[in-house]
Write a protein that binds this ligand. Structure first.
Ligand code: SF4
Ligand code: SF4
Ligand code: SF4
Length: 156
């Protein structure tokens, strides 16, 4: 659900968040209501965006949701692209940085690995979409670059 595109994208901070992107993540997680972005209500040019957001969230804003990264193992062919391209894996996992194969024993930060020809999500806690070291990011690299469209990021 790409909520960000329906926000004003001015980063005015009136909602108390530093950026519209940060606000969109909070919307996804159910931590804020759309109306906390006051420019959406105050400025008529954003009326269509406001309506679209309401429609997308179906009145369920404010309901807490948790990040889920699903892997469709039927579609997955074990190519290992997600293992090497996830920025957390790429930054912290020495086995990957040193060019070892994607099924090399995982590093403690590692999110994905390939086991017996299929991708496995080892742990979600270091995903950049969650707050780590005080930051969270609208990362969607694994979902975007999986050639088999086997990865789905959602909040449920
Ligand atoms: S109030 Fe709305 S436009 Fe301003 S930063 Fe927050 S989300 Fe963006
Ligand atoms: S969303 Fe980004 S940080 Fe999280 S698992 Fe996917 S690529 Fe890695
Ligand atoms: S990038 Fe997609 S197809 Fe390749 S291992 Fe990861 S989930 Fe499987």
């Amino acid at each position: 659900m790409e909520l960000f595109q329906y926000l004003p994208q001015t980063n005015c901070k009136k909602c108390g968040k530093l950026t519209c992107m940060a606000f969109s993540l909070e919307l996804l997680k159910g931590n804020v209501n759309i109306e906390e972005c006051t420019p959406l209500l105050d400025e008529s040019k954003y009326q269509n965006k406001y309506s679209k957001l309401k429609e997308l969230l179906k009145g369920e804003e404010g309901q807490k949701r948790e990040l889920k990264i699903g892997i469709d193992i039927v579609k997955c062919d074990g190519c290992g692209i997600c293992v090497t391209i996830c920025p957390v894996n790429a930054r912290y996992c020495y086995s990957i940085l040193s060019g070892k194969v994607a099924d090399y024993p995982p590093d403690k930060h590692q999110l994905f690995m390939v086991k017996e020809g299929k991708c496995e999500l080892l742990s979600i806690e270091n995903c950049r979409r969650l707050v780590t070291e005080g930051k969270e990011r609208e990362c969607r690299v694994c979902e975007t670059y999986c050639p088999r469209v086997a990865i789905k990021i959602e909040y449920i």
